[in-house]
Write a protein that binds this ligand. Structure first.
Ligand code: CLF
Ligand code: SF4
Length: 495
C-alpha cells in the first residue's frame, strides 16, 4: 500500500526549487498528452488538488511483505490515520460505493486502490474492481499504489485496465538498508528474511518501475523518511528513480508511535523533524519533481486531499441509493468544465496585478512564508479557528509557490473547549514557525493579538480571493511598508 501516516508533529513542506513537481505551471513544459493525464489528478498536480478529489476503496487486505512501520491490526500505521479501516469491501461493494461517491462528489476524479494491504498481493479483488469500473465509469481515473514486489508479474493486467498512474513505495536501493526496514517478504510461497529479502524486493521494484515507464505509465515513487536508517540514502534513491523515468518523488515522514504496535513504534524509532524533512525534500528536488502536498491518506479516504468524508458513504448509508451513472457522468462533465473555467480565470498572472513601482521595489525583497486557511477551490475561504491545516506558500521576487501544509489542532471547536483554546493556539503558533503572515477569511480578536505578539501578521482582508493573488498583494504591501527590511528573527523580537 501507499504509506500514508497522520503525524501532527511533522508536515511536508519546503520546495524552493524550480523542480517542484506539483505545480501545474511547472508542468507546462511537459507534452500535452502527459499534461492531460495529470491536470485533474489531485496527487500528480499540486494545482489540481485545490479543485479535485480522490477516493480510495479498501479492497486489498493482504500484504506480501512486512515493513517495520506497519501494523495492519491497527490499520497500516504508515498508510492512514490511527484507527482501523472502517470497512473492508468486496469489489462489488467497492464499485457501488465509488459510483455513489462519483455522483455525490462530482469533483472526485481519481479512484485509488492503496490498501489496507498491497493491491497487487490481492490481484483478484483489485482487478475485479478496476474491471467493473472501466466498464461502468470510464470518466474516473484509476490509480494504484504498491510496494512493488508483485509489480513485474502484474504489468500486463494493469495495462488492460487503462491505468495511467502507479505509485511504488521505494525506501531504499541498498539491501543492507532494506534489511533494517523489511524483516521479511513472502516470495515464491516462502518467507524470506533479512538482506536476501530486501534484495529481491529492491530488484522487483526497479524492474517494475522500468517496465511501467516503457509502457508510458506515469510512476510516482513514495519514500518514507526514517531518520538514521535511510535519511542519507534517499537522495541517491531520488537520482536513480529519476534516471529510470519516475515522474514524481514523494518523500514522506515516518510515523512511529508506540500505540500503533509497529516495530519502529515499539523500539522508539523517531520520525523526522520539519527541518529534516524539508532539507531532504529540497536536496532531492535538485534531481527530480517532488510532491509537496501529500496528505498521507487513509486506505479508505474519500474527498479532497486533507479531508475524509468516508463516514458519509459507509455501506449502510449507501445501501438504498441508486445512481443512473450515465446521467451522473453528464453532470460530472459539466461540473468539471466549470472547474476548468474557474482555474483558467484564476491563472491570470498575479504579477500582472503589480504596478511598475511595486515590481521594482520587490526586486531585492527577501522571501516570506505565508500560511493560508483554505478549504479548497484555490481561494482563501476558511476562518482561522476552523482550519485543521494551513497551506504554506513562499513569496519571493520570482514568484509565489506552494511549499507544503502544516496540520494543526482545531483552535475553535465549540464553546465548551474554550479553556483549552489558548494552549491550542500556542501550539498552532509554534506549528506556524517561520511564517510571517496568516491569510484567512476571518479571525477572532484573541488569536489575532496572539499571532501579532508572535510576529505573525494576521490578515482577513482577502476572503474569497485566489490564494496567489492575495499573497502577491500582501507581499507587495509588506515590501512597500518596509516590513521586510528586518529579518524574520528581528520582526519576532520587536513584535
Ligand atoms: Fe490515492 Fe495515491 Fe493514487 Fe493519490 S493518494 S493511490 S496517488 S489517488 Fe495522494 Fe494520498 Fe499522498 Fe497517496 S495525497 S497518500 S500521494
Ligand atoms: Fe504495511 Fe504491506 Fe504497506 Fe508495508 S507494504 S506498509 S507491510 S501494507
Amino acid at each position: 500500500m501507499e504509506f500514508t501516516v497522520l503525524n501532527s508533529n511533522v508536515t511536508t513542506e519546503g520546495c524552493s526549487s524550480d523542480a517542484c513537481g506539483g505545480n501545474q505551471d511547472q508542468l507546462s513544459h511537459l507534452p500535452e498528452e502527459i499534461r492531460k493525464k495529470v491536470h485533474n489528478h489531485p496527487c500528480y498536480s499540486e494545482e489540481a488538488h485545490h479543485y479535485y478529489a480522490r477516493m480510495h476503496v479498501a479492497v486489498a487486505p493482504a500484504c506480501n511483505i512486512q515493513c517495520h512501520y506497519c501494523n495492519r491490526k491497527y490499520d497500516c500505521a504508515n498508510e492512514s490515520r490511527p484507527g482501523v479501516v472502517s470497512e473492508l469491501l468486496t469489489p462489488e461493494q467497492a464499485v457501488k460505493k465509488i459510483i455513489v461517491v462519483a455522483a455525490k462528489i462530482p469533483q472526485m476524479t481519481v479512484l485509488g486502490i492503496a490498501g489496507p494491504g498491497d493491491p497487487l498481493a490481492n490481484p483478484e479483488r483489485t482487478f475485479a474492481t478496476f474491471r467493473a469500473l472501466t466498464e461502468t465509469a470510464p470518466d474516473i481515473k484509476l490509480c494504484v499504489s504498491t510496494n512493488g514486489l508483485a509489480l513485474p508479474q502484474q504489468i500486463d493486467e494493469l495495462l488492460k485496465h487503462n491505468i495511467d498512474h502507479v505509485t511504488i513505495t521505494i525506501n531504499c536501493i541498498d539491501p543492507d538498508i532494506g534489511a533494517k526496514i523489511y524483516p521479511w517478504i513472502f516470495w515464491n510461497n516462502r518467507r524470506i528474511k533479512g538482506r536476501k529479502a530486501a534484495k529481491i524486493l529492491i530488484e522487483q521494484q526497479q524492474k517494475g518501475l522500468q517496465m511501467l515507464v516503457e509502457k508510458g505509465i506515469l510512476v510516482k515513487v513514495n519514500s518514507v523518511l526514517i531518520p538514521g536508517v535511510n535519511d542519507h540514502h534517499l537522495k541517491e534513491v531520488s537520482k536513480v528513480v529519476k534516471k529510470k523515468g519516475a515522474f514524481l518523488h514523494n518523500v514522506m515522514p515516518l510515523i512511529a508511535e508506540a500505540e500503533h504496535g509497529t516495530f519502529y513504534g515499539v523500539m522508539g524509532q523517531r520520525g523526522p523533524t520539519h527541518t529534516e524533512l524539508k532539507t531532504l525534500q529540497d536536496a532531492c528536488a535538485g534531481d527530480m519533481n517532488m510532491m509537496r502536498h501529500c496528505r498521507q491518506c487513509r486506505a479508505d479516504a474519500v474527498g479532497m486531499l486533507g479531508e475524509d468524508r468516508g463516514d458519509e458513504f459507509s455501506l449502510d448509508k449507501i445501501e438504498n441509493i441508486t445512481i443512473d451513472y450515465k446521467t451522473a457522468m453528464k453532470k460530472r462533465a459539466a461540473i468539471h468544465h466549470a472547474i476548468e473555467e474557474k482555474r483558467m480565470a484564476q491563472k491570470q498572472s498575479a504579477a500582472a496585478m503589480l504596478t511598475p513601482d511595486q515590481k521594482s521595489l520587490m526586486q531585492e525583497a527577501r522571501p516570506v512564508l505565508f500560511a493560508i486557511a483554505s478549504s479548497g477551490g484555490g481561494v482563501i475561504n476558511q476562518h482561522f479557528g476552523h482550519a485543521k491545516e494551513f497551506l504554506v506558500y513562499e513569496a519571493s521576487p520570482m514568484d509565489v509557490r506552494f511549499i507544503g501544509q502544516r496540520k494543526v489542532d482545531l483552535y475553535c471547536s465549540g464553546s465548551d473547549s474554550c479553556a483549552e483554546a489558548e494552549s491550542t493556539l500556542d501550539k498552532i503558533i509554534r506549528t506556524l514557525e517561520g511564517c510571517e503572515a496568516v491569510l484567512c477569511s476571518k479571525i477572532g480578536i484573541e488569536p489575532w493579538s496572539m499571532l501579532e505578539q508572535a510576529g505573525i501578521q494576521p490578515n482577513g482582508e482577502h476572503a474569497m480571493e485566489a490564494i496567489e493573488d492575495a499573497i502577491t498583494s500582501v507581499y507587495a504591501e509588506m515590501v512597500e511598508q518596509g516590513l521586510l527590511d528586518k529579518t524574520v528573527a528581528e520582526t519576532r523580537k520587536t513584535a
